[in-house]
Write a protein that binds this ligand. Structure first.
Ligand code: 5AD
Ligand code: SF4
Length: 452
């Protein structure tokens, strides 16, 4: 018999992480429990990503590993969800006998129900791959009284942009906005239960409401409504497409105290020629002008970005333009990737593919600059006092400070570790903290006031 103990493995973007968190809660509500270790689980769930090459290969090797790990057992059920599931679909059934459920983006909402059936009916296989016309609303499934101090709320699904390199519109479907009423209801409920930091999530949040599912509320309108929720200390949103960011959203950084001064604004390239081939629908002049307006509205704003190195036809000169523009803007962090061909995309058909070694060397140059610059920013914060919202006990293993180490985030979302002498429960509390030390990716600080 298949036990109701599960193990979830998640790849890719924040959307997937958020989907997996929801799935865990929904399964708990149905009497499943999370296994302490993978070996003890009966139900394996892979939430996959196919945006870049490596995550896809990981899925195949992981399925192989699960097969080996569970050799001889007949009480194992594997479900594959997310973008790779949407692409490969029922193909998994033939390659891996243990896989009995595949579900795509819109199938997620019914995956818990499906798993419920599949543990009982052991001959059954199910696929939930259809795209629905509406945003598939999910039960919130928060059990118990407490919610984490920071969390994510989905506001839309899919993407209509068809950037030349990107598989997302094919795997996640066309853009479907959620109704502003249900977004607002969910945010309000979470804040009432103790959430103080919310990130609104979508593939292209700035075009929220601009699809057939919109209810007339623009993203700027939604942002103001959510920012108005009493008790919401911090509001963030991701991802913004530069072509769609409205002046009203930019201005909100200056007028709304709870909108955090950090924005992820994928630039992808600093070469107008490449941006055009990518189909991004902005040029570097427009990108610069958005950055200028943002910084005028909020001088302490930190910007982060996505960069693709080695798009077909990219020359050394194009790459240098990317590097120089990134340096000029001074991104606090970049997610930078080598270009990889995705099946069925326009870029796959383009000539002049960049040599892998050349691409890798460019990526290293970019990442070396970014690592150094990120460190500089973190060092620049030493001596300042920041409001830290605590998440829980520190996961840092090299903590040599006495007392209990807690971890939280500053207003920019940067991880801060603080040793506190007393055994207080700091989760969900805000505390002024003086930054005393900068590590490569995080900060260390000490208490500089009372929590609120
Ligand atoms: N190759 C490399 N990077 C890609 N991304 C999306 N598609 C590809 C691809 N084919 C990157 C983009 C996007 C991020 C989520 O992933 O930078 O913003
Ligand atoms: Fe992909 Fe472009 Fe949509 Fe982002 S905006 S998900 S890069 S198609």
């Amino acid at each position: 018999m298949i036990q109701r103990s599960f193990h979830i493995m998640t790849f890719g973007c924040q959307m997937n992480a958020n989907d997996s968190d929801w799935l865990k809660r929904a399964l708990n509500a149905r009497g499943f429990t999370e296994a302490a270790t993978a070996e003890e689980a009966s139900v394996f769930i892979l939430n996959t990503c196919s945006v870049r090459e490596k995550p896809e290969q990981k899925v195949y090797s992981l399925l192989g590993r699960i097969q080996n790990m569970t050799k001889g057992r007949d009480d194992v059920l594997v479900a594959v969800g997310g973008c790779v599931a949407q692409q490969v679909g029922r193909g998994f059934f033939n390659r891996f006998k243990q896989v009995r459920l595949v579900f795509g983006t819109d199938g997620l909402a019914s995956a818990p129900q499906a798993l419920d059936r599949l543990v009982e009916e052991e001959q059954l296989r199910m696929s939930l791959l259809d795209f629905s016309d509406e945003y598939p609303e999910k039960e919130q499934e928060w059990t118990g009284d407490t919610v984490p101090s920071a969390g994510f709320v989905n506001i839309m699904q899919g993407c209509d942009n068809y950037c030349a390199y990107c598989i997302v519109p094919y795997t996640r479907g066309r853009q479907k906005s959620r109704s502003s009423v249900s977004v607002l209801e969910e945010c309000t409920r979470l804040v009432e239960r103790g959430m103080r930091d919310i990130t609104l999530l979508g593939q292209n949040v700035n075009s929220f409401g601009q699809d057939s599912h919109g209810d007339g509320t623009s993203f700027a309108g939604l942002l103001h409504q959510v920012a108005d929720i009493p008790g919401l200390e911090r509001l963030r949103f991701v991802t913004s497409h530069p072509k769609d960011i409205a002046d009203e959203v930019i201005e909100a950084f200056g007028t709304r105290a709870n909108i955090c001064p950090r924005l992820h604004l994928p630039m992808q390239s600093g070469s107008d020629r490449i941006l055009k081939m990518m189909g991004r629908k902005y040029d570097t002049a427009r990108y610069r002008s958005i950055v200028d307006k943002l910084r005028a509205a909020r001088p302490d704003l930190q910007l982060t970005t996505d960069i693709i190195v080695g798009f077909p036809g990219e020359t050394e000169e194009d790459f240098l333009q990317t590097l120089h523009l990134a340096q000029e803007i001074g991104f606090a962090q970049s997610f930078s990737f080598n270009y990889s061909d995705r099946p069925g995309t326009r870029a796959e058909m383009l000539p002049d593919k960049v040599d892998k070694a050349v691409m890798q060397e460019r990526l290293m140059r970019y990442q070396d600059w970014q690592a150094e610059y990120t460190e500089q920013i973190l060092h620049g914060m030493v001596g300042s006092t920041q409001a830290i919202l605590f998440e829980g006990m520190s996961k840092r293993s090299d903590s040599d400070a006495p007392g209990t180490t807690w971890q939280g985030r500053d207003v920019y979302g940067q991880l801060v570790h603080v040793s506190l002498p007393e055994d207080n429960d700091m989760a969900g509390k805000l505390l002024p903290v003086r930054i005393t030390e900068a590590k490569k990716h995080s900060l260390i600080g000490e208490k500089a006031g009372e929590p609120w």
